[in-house]
Design a protein. Sequence first.
Length: 152
Amino acid sequence: AYCVPNPASLSGIVIDEVEAKLEGEWQYSTHTPPYVGVGYLFANKGGGKNAAATYPFRPPAAGRYEVQVSYCAKPNRATRALVKVTHAEGAENLEIDQREIPVSKSKGPDRLFRTIGTYQFDPKTKSSVRIEAVPEEKNVIIADAVRFVPVR
């Protein structure tokens, strides 16, 4: 009930994991919903310490966008997933606990996306969202989709 097989059916601009630049060792899964598209990526405990997924973003127009990440929450998920948002005004580094059920501020499917902030983006500026585990993380890190919702 929580899976969205077609990312294009969601509002905003959705970049699924199949479009992300991957580093390190990732595996595919469809085991735990919710997720966007055909599944999601995970990096195993300990072995995923060098795993990173970078989602490039080029907005159709300059403006502010609410940035959301998708992951399936469970007790064995990363307690410290690093998220770096590179935007028109610089970059921001955040840490999220992927054991927490995602909650978005804008409309959308429940439990699917977690809002991480609102940022200025410009098509002339190289932008991205990068997800990775801290080196000490012992739990599974998830990389699914990133969504950019225009703020009016």
